[in-house]
Design a protein. Structure first.
Length: 293
């Protein structure tokens, strides 16, 4: 029988710990941590995500600021906003919600963010420091996954881990963390659209982390008995039975894969809540100047 990895309950417990710490900080005369989010346009997924971040800030006792722009904002305006946030001593960390409209160079915006306030962990300085094992803001989703593995005492050292997908936000940093001695200490294979025999690679894996963005991609014949499955996929699939007209679907065909697993994350309620929770952890670290003075 498999164990369902409950990201929601884990995130709630961690946010309570953060709230206690913030209470103590403020009682000792420290400034309340403050996270700002910049939202461009009205993408449904981004709207929901940012709304959840604001709620999480309240739960953790943080202050939060939301800065909104329409789709037609210029790159110059956005860069000016980033510069302002970089220089605002009240703001400990901030994020610019991705994706951005096509006419804006995302990499240029990320590069403009002060790496000491880059709580998303996307700036090349944070990415580079993570790659060589130095203290830094780790990208929120991979950090959330590592936290879940630790929380459920899932053995990773010396295990075979397959990461499906090679995005800068999940796949690459996830592979780095799983490989590193102080984190996963595992043997890691990264599979992607040009991998020759993905099924064979997956069947060898003790841990599969699916972040490929293709609903129901991982099927029972790809999973060995007792494997640990972490499903990062959140694709909106039309569903007339749901009030919103869609449901969130993972990269793993849950019903057929789950019986073979030792541990598996659901979608929703698995990795998602942990991503926002990691952002809160990074914001607290920024407020305490844990990594960068």
């Amino acid at each position: 029988m498999y164990t369902l990895i409950d990201g929601k309950a884990t995130a709630t417990a961690i946010k309570q710990q953060i709230a206690e710490e913030v209470k103590e900080m403020v009682a000792n005369g420290a400034k309340r941590p403050c996270l700002a989010a910049v939202l461009v346009g009205h993408d449904g997924g981004s709207e929901t995500y940012v709304k959840n971040k604001v709620i999480a800030c309240e739960q953790c006792g943080f202050e939060s600021r939301l800065i909104r722009y329409e789709d037609d904002v210029t790159e110059e305006e956005l860069l000016a906003c980033v510069a302002k946030l970089n220089n605002d001593p009240q703001i400990d960390g901030f994020i610019v919600q991705l994706p951005l409209p096509k006419h804006i160079d995302e990499q240029k915006i990320i590069m403009a963010i002060d790496y000491r306030k880059d709580v998303d962990g996307f700036h090349p300085i944070n990415v580079g420091r993570m790659a060589i094992g130095l203290p830094c803001f780790v990208s929120a989703t991979p950090l959330g996954i590592m936290t879940l593995l630790q929380h459920y005492h899932i053995e990773t050292s010396g295990k075979k881990c397959v990461v499906l997908g090679r995005s800068n936000i999940v796949g690459k940093p996830m592979a780095q963390l799983m490989m590193q001695k102080q984190y996963g200490d595992a043997t890691v294979t990264v599979c992607h659209s040009h991998t020759k025999d993905i099924k064979a690679e997956c069947r060898e894996a003790d841990i599969i982390i699916a972040a490929i963005g293709r609903p129901d991609f991982v099927t029972a014949d790809m999973v060995k008995e007792g494997a640990v499955i972490i499903d990062v996929g959140t694709t909106r699939v039309p569903d007339a039975t749901k009030k919103k007209g869609f449901r969130l679907n993972g990269d793993v065909k849950f019903d057929e894969v789950a019986p073979k697993c030792s541990f598996i994350t659901p979608v929703p309620g698995g990795v998602g809540p942990m991503t926002i929770c990691s952002l809160m952890k990074n914001t607290l670290a920024a407020a305490k100047k844990e990594y960068y003075k």
